[in-house]
Design a protein around this ligand. Sequence first.
Ligand code: NAG
Ligand code: NAG
Length: 387
Amino acid sequence: MNAYGRYIIVALTLLISIHYLVSFTHEPYGRATSISNIVSKIKPGKSEETHTLPDKFPEDVRPVFDDSDASSYQRANASFVILCRNSDLGGTVRSVREMEDRFNRRYRYPYVFLNEEPFSDEFKEAISNLTPAQVEFGVIPHDHWYQPDSIDEEKATAAREKMSADNIIYGGSVSYRNMCRFNSGFFFRHPLMEKYKWYWRIEPDVHFHCDINYDPFTFMQQNNKTYSFTITMYEFEATIPTLWGHVNDFAKENPQFIAKNNAFGFMAEDGGAKYNLCHFWSNFEIADMDFWRSPAYTAFFEYLDAQGGFYYERWGDAPVHSIAAALFLSREQIHFFHDIGYEHNPYTHCPKDLDTWKKGRCSCQRSQSFDYDGYSCMNRWDRFMER
Ligand SMILES: *[C@@H]1O[C@H](CO)[C@@H](O)[C@H](O)[C@H]1NC(C)=O
Ligand SMILES: *[C@@H]1O[C@H](CO)[C@@H](O)[C@H](O)[C@H]1NC(C)=O
């Protein structure tokens, strides 16, 4: 067909569609009316211009699940915990939606959302719309979040400027440091979290790549597990230059807390003199908060906090949690959830086992799993656990 022929066809198609459009909008009492009726029922606000939200979210818009046994299910004493801001709404909605799809629509574990300032009505409404499970929103107490007065601000500023100049990730950020300290020592003391034993930490914009067809909380409980992970990797040494020295000092002063058959050997080289920087990536955690509330961890956190390294350096909650788990737990109490497909940009853990991957209808690629990355500590963990 030549160019002229194509032109004729395009013109004809346009004419026909314009005809249909015109006749549709001109239809006086037919389809057009019923569609606008439906739209007016769906639309919560009255005016087109003011995008006001309804006072109360209508019950019948909440999702209905056909899993009739969910209400009688014997849940563990557990909750999800999500630290996020109002500005994280989009990413938080995506994380919760995936969690519901892959796991929680059948189990209905409650969620706790924490923020250093109050959550907006828009945030609460958008989240509550995603799940029939209990959802609670909390504000973090001032002293659990902000830099304590004991920190020498001049010294802290100098450290931030230096790290910033050295291009260390989040090196110049105070709020990132607040977050690391909060996750290390305070989330499990929040009034909304105190009533639970187990938690599953979720962050905005993470992905759960496989169906989880069993309850990881009751699994942990029944198998005497305390701490779990999906990804383990090396820490940036520049963020924790003095941490290992303080850990050694604490361990020497407090031998009563050190567990038998612990996992210290996974991280310690040369009999403890050197940290190999391996840690569990704590943006995914399913763990027992009574461990963080125990005398051992309480003493450990207070000792570290008194050194000021959360602010004079940039200690992360990941190495702090991981080192504590390696020191105060026996290695059998630490569990690798190989079957939970999990992604936190830029890394993904995808189940290695083909059968697990198929059963979980996983949306990740096994060949891309971070386990095989040179930056992963998974090989070290496997070798350590075989010993
Ligand atoms: C749940 O666990 C917390 C922390 O261990 C405990 O205080 C609380 O009593 C537990 N609740 C139930 C119902 O067992
Ligand atoms: C868990 O610990 C309890 C009490 O120490 C013990 O009786 C039980 O056999 C353990 N279960 C497993 C699966 O190791």
